[in-house]
Design a protein around this ligand. Structure first.
Ligand SMILES: [Zn+2]
Length: 475
């Protein structure tokens, strides 16, 4: 990764460079090593690298931040003959073919030649982070799904302000978000999408207010989280996610209120709920609190999606189309083994290393002893193995988290998801076809079978009053 010397002093270049290193450094089994070529004696322009000391220069911050991830090795170095070269900022490297990565304001793009931008540079991280996600996705697809690379356009870009593919940054988008007040905003879930949201809010200059972060994951940060959560480093392993996110970004201009619990268990109802939870069961629990405004970010395989929930009874809610995951009960697992007969009993005995006679007893009588618990664990593991394998990749989560942060700001300053069609409440970005016109905003009506936002549900009327700013009585 080459940081163009001509533009290295710009925030937009520094944000792009860091997020790209951050993503590549997590791409184990895709990226072997990240080499960073960056001019020395360039000062950091602000909050750029959460995993590095704040008082070092850019080149050192990029490398030490990448090393702090603790996955793929990150070192200083120049491009070698067989390296994939990514050039951040505007420069022409004579004789070195590479992909150019550039972001400005709310816009980010990638292309085969240096990307020249009009208008004045600014300090916002949204577009730079989008550019980094687009470039990291290309690296991933080149390795895992080379056929996708053959169809790749020479140049494309995404604008978070318009929620659309456009070739250049908008001239009239706001660049100064100082004093935008996030008080009353609460983030539910500090996993991969939520961590990217925190990272983006932290890097945005001048935002103010108290922000709640809630995550109840009892395991805290795990090694597999490091591959997807583009905020945490190796030093944070086992820590509760909300606390660690707040600690790493404690120099934010907003004040974090971290909680190691579910958001719906906290006493105060947020005015703006930002949902980054990853199960439908959790989405349903959040919807049942009926906060006035809700934004949702999610990923599936190579797709990032944002939903501006409501209006109540009209647009989709958090529960719509999201049937809570079925949970297979203990008795059902036991009954299934009994139905499977001696073969199923023998197979379970073998996998769980339990004598066949004991499995047969358990199948008939059930028990809460150690053998029963062991057999249930074995069956549950097999149950989960039945789920189709999914890609869980950092760039998709970063895209969802950045778009979610951009929509958070837009909601607070009264800007619609897209000015092209005011009814649009959904935005989708599919990395498998990054320049396709399926990527953009559309309207997602409520799910007619959803009870949570049915016009006949009294809660929908309460929600409607809150949504309209008329208060809602007791929670
Ligand atoms: Zn609904």
């Amino acid at each position: 990764m080459v940081v163009a010397p001509e533009t290295a002093q710009l925030s937009e270049t520094q944000h792009t460079a860091w997020m790209l290193i951050n993503l590549l450094a997590r791409a184990q089994r895709v990226v072997h090593q990240v080499k960073v070529s960056c001019p020395t004696d360039v000062a950091l322009t602000g909050r750029i690298v959460p995993l590095a000391p704040r008082d070092v220069e850019l080149a050192e911050a990029l490398v030490s931040g990448g090393e702090a991830v603790g996955a793929v090795p990150v070192t200083p170095g120049s491009p070698g003959r067989d390296d994939v070269v990514l050039i951040v900022g505007a420069t022409r490297l004579d004789g070195v073919p590479g992909r150019h990565v550039r972001g400005r304001g709310w816009w980010g793009g990638v292309g085969d030649s240096p990307i020249e931008l009009t208008g004045a540079p600014n300090d916002l991280p949204f577009g730079p982070y989008v550019a980094a996600a687009l470039a990291a996705a290309e690296v991933f697809l080149d390795v895992r799904l080379p056929a996708a690379a053959e169809r790749r356009p020479t140049f494309y870009g995404w604008d978070c302000w318009k929620s659309a593919l456009v070739a250049h940054p908008g001239e009239l988008t706001p660049a100064d978000l100082r004093k935008v007040d996030l008080s009353g905003t609460a983030l539910a879930g500090v996993g991969a999408v939520g961590a990217a949201w925190v990272h983006t809010i932290w890097a945005t200059p001048g935002l103010i207010g108290d922000v709640t972060l809630a995550d109840a994951d009892a395991k805290g940060i795990t090694t597999s989280n490091l591959n997807r959560c583009a905020l945490f480093g190796h030093a944070g392993l086992d820590q509760p996610k909300a606390d660690e996110a707040a600690r790493l970004t404690a120099d934010s201009t907003v004040t974090w209120r971290p909680h190691h619990s579910r958001l719906e268990e906290l006493p105060d109802l947020p005015t703006l709920l930002v949902s980054a939870v990853d199960t439908n069961r959790a989405r349903e629990a959040l919807q049942h609190r009926y906060p006035p405004r809700i934004l949702s970010g999610s990923t599936r395989d190579l797709r990032a999606e944002i939903l501006c929930i409501g209006p109540p009874g009209v647009g989709a809610c958090l529960r719509c189309y999201n049937k809570p995951e079925s949970f297979t009960g203990d008795d059902e697992l036991r009954a299934r083994t009994r139905t499977g007969g001696p073969d199923a009993i023998a197979a379970l005995a073998k996998t769980a290393s339990v004598p066949t006679a004991e499995v047969a007893d358990w199948v008939e009588q059930g028990s809460c002893d150690e053998v029963g618990a062991r057999l249930l664990r074995t069956l549950r593991a097999a149950e989960q193995g039945r789920e189709p394998p999914r890609f869980a990749v950092g760039f998709t989560s970063v895209m969802a988290g950045v778009l979610l942060a951009a929509e958070t700001i837009k909601t607070l300053i009264g800007t619609p998801l897209t000015s092209d069609s005011p009814r649009s409440n959904n935005v989708t970005f599919q990395f498998f076809a990054p320049a396709s016109n399926i990527n953009g905003a559309e309207h997602r009506a409520r799910d007619l079978s959803c009870a949570a936002c049915a016009p006949t549900n009294p809660a929908t009327a309460v929600w409607r009053r809150r949504f309209d700013g008329k208060g809602g009585g007791p929670r």
